[in-house]
Design a protein around this ligand. Structure first.
Ligand code: UTP
Ligand code: MN
Length: 461
């Protein structure tokens, strides 16, 4: 194939000031459909972990990472760069291989399951956009089962005995194993509706229903909202204003900086209160979409009225870009053991956006700089969830807010179907004994459910 335009292929390796721990894995991150800001972020993240990431494509590259591209798109792009059909030894990978490697702190082996998992997760995402929760959960379960496989999937026979692989998931897997790609996945990925829903629900404060209404009105992207002067609520205005920052991953280092701020705020307004980092970061993840905290006080009742004080403290220091506070509305006597269908809990809570100062070195001169305004800024916006729990519910709240969502779902299903118990982030009700179970720790909850304790880092499924 003769490319229209032969670009210069550079051999230079840009790896400023950081030691490279895995010289045999040479990564190139494709900017196409990813954008320069995200690419720069991923590049910095990878380099900080000792990965060799080069800015320009060359024949020495072993791993190409892309997002929202098909394998064919990437292949064509590479062929255009090199002016020849590239050797098949280059791994063309989706973003999942990269994030898994970041989490593992080393390059994980390349396997088909990455491709399969990405395909199923895309279908799950699409089902969410059609408000089809059952279907979405089915695809997520299937993806999670594949992720956990210790071996390489090559034939359908190997999947025979696996749980959670429905007929639809199997059809998609079969197609990918046979043809390398699934027509359903590819047409979904490229569909106008999928892309618009992804962009619109990517705005903080915009759910599937709103995005769907906008889509039917002809809107496709955040900039369309600005052009058409859509009526937006306060959350959505903030979501639009800080769109780029909020769609960038939050790193563990950033989560730790926010932890320090929250600890300072809480100990200033209520000495003796306890704070715990929750969500993905408690499970040991290196990146997340937000930072979650659970706050309590060993003397039950002292936590009441805490949130407004924390908010005041933060606002007084100009650390909040947005906040919405909701009161605790849980009452055991009134709510009863039946848990709400959507698993929503009713703790006092603050949805917020923090204004986080970047450390000097992150804004100073560095190898990779983007022309993007938000890259050069001295601060970034970060989504933070603060939750206050009474001490007696703290163990349940801890379990509920650690996640992952899929893990919580399985655990609650186990409690209900296998044990006739009802588990929520507030309580555990035993229908056999007709009583609430009082516990001090997560360990006791697992024990009461007849399960071995599963540490947070093993709850990622
Ligand atoms: P998150 O949505 O923050 O997910 O919810 P996460 O696992 O931390 O992942 P990222 O990195 O931010 O995307 C954290 C946990 O809190 C529970 C969820 O079930 C999840 O397990 N949660 C979240 C609630 O219980 N109630 C909510 O309203 C929101
Ligand atoms: Mn989170």
């Amino acid at each position: 194939m003769i490319p229209l335009k032969r670009r210069k292929v550079s051999q230079t390796v840009n790896q400023p000031n950081q030691t490279c721990k895995f010289p045999h894995v040479s990564i190139f991150i494709l900017e196409r459909k990813m954008g320069s800001t995200r690419r720069a972020f991923l590049t910095r993240l990878g380099r900080s972990k000792g990965f060799l990431i080069t800015d320009t494509y060359s024949s020495s590259i072993t791993h190409v990472v892309s997002e929202n591209n098909t394998g064919d798109d990437v292949q064509t792009w590479i062929d255009n760069q090199t002016g020849q059909e590239s050797s098949s030894s280059v791994h063309l990978l989706g973003i999942i291989w990269f994030t898994e490697s970041m989490e593992a702190g080393q390059p994980v082996p390349v396997e088909d399951r990455h491709i399969l998992k990405e395909a199923l997760e895309l279908l799950a995402e699409n089902a969410e956009y059609s408000d089809n929760e059952g279907r979405s959960v089915a695809f997520r379960r299937a993806a999670s089962v594949l992720k956990a496989l210790p071996y390489r999937v090559q034939t359908m026979d190997q999947l025979k005995c696996l749980p959670c692989l429905g007929e639809h998931s199997q059809r998609v897997i079969k197609e990918i194993l046979e043809d390398g790609t699934s027509s359903e996945v590819e047409s979904t990925r490229h569909s106008e509706q999928f892309q618009a829903m992804k962009a619109l629900t990517g705005i903080f404060g915009v759910g599937v229903k709103t995005a769907d209404r906008w889509f039917r009105e002809g809107l496709r992207s955040p900039s369309d909202l600005i052009c058409t002067g859509q009526q937006l609520n306060r959350a959505q205005q903030a979501g639009l204003q800080f769109y780029d920052d909020l769609n960038k991953h939050v790193t563990k280092a950033e989560a730790d900086m926010i932890s320090e701020i929250v600890k300072e705020a809480v100990s200033a307004v209520l000495p003796g209160a306890e704070i715990q980092l929750m969500g993905g970061f408690r499970r040991g993840k290196e990146v997340g979409h937000d930072v979650d905290f659970l706050i309590t006080h060993p003397e039950e009742g002292r936590e009441e009225g805490l949130m407004p004080k924390i908010i005041n403290w933060l606002e007084g220091r100009n650390l909040l870009l947005y906040q919405k506070w909701t009161r605790n509305s849980y009452l055991e006597k009134l709510d009863g053991p039946a848990r709400p269908a959507n698993n929503m809990d009713r703790f006092e809570r603050c949805f917020s956006i923090f204004k986080l100062d970047r450390p000097a070195e992150a804004t100073g001169s560095e190898g990779v700089r983007s022309s993007d305004q938000s890259e050069a800024s001295s601060w970034r916006a970060v989504r933070v969830d603060l939750v206050v729990s009474p001490y007696s519910q703290f163990a349940f709240a801890t379990l509920g807010w650690t996640g992952s969502k899929l893990f919580e779902r399985e655990l609650r299903r186990w409690a209900g179907q296998e044990k006739r118990m009802s588990l929520s982030s507030h309580a555990l009700y035993d229908s056999n004994q007709r009583c609430y179970v009082r516990v001090q720790s997560e360990e006791e909850i697992f024990a009461y459910l007849g399960l071995e304790f599963i540490p947070p880092c093993e709850r990622n499924a």
